[in-house]
Write a protein of this length. Sequence first.
Length: 194
Amino acid sequence: MLRYQSIDETMNKEDIRLRVKAQKGLLTERERYDAAQSVFRQLERTAAFLLADNILLYHSLPDELSTLEFIDRWHTRKHFYLPRVNGLNLEILPYDRSRLALGAFHIEEPQGDETADISRIELIVVPGVGFDRSGNRVGRGKGYYDRLLAGAGAVKIGVGYDFQLIEDGIDADPHDVGVDVVITPSRAIRIRRR
């Protein structure tokens, strides 16, 4: 069972980032592994995943839920795409293990010229620092995903540890783009938009 403390007092985005970073630092390798297994097994059972052929996901950093085993399990049956930083924006390219290189922010990124349009993507697995029950998201503060998601019609599923669910909500800025589903190890929350 993961040790976590609910983040339930009103905090600004930077406070949320600091608190989540500290809590991630308390996790053992086993807790990280178990959390990723739980989250991605839940994701695999969603209709959005089962119906999607073209899926954009992230190549995980050490402090994020690991996507590596999930990619290995599905890359021959689904068309995966990964983001690559290009200036202030993300572009998306097909996943090919042999064509990954360390890119911006020390993230493994796809190489090559065959970028894909976001309209092709049916499902986006979105990393984040925090999510709330309304689908609002706190990222790392650079706005890359907000700019990418703004043009996406795909189902957006945010994934994180249980303590990344911000119970009292996140103050969203006008440019913030939310997610449709939030999955943590212990729950999946479908967002009801008004």
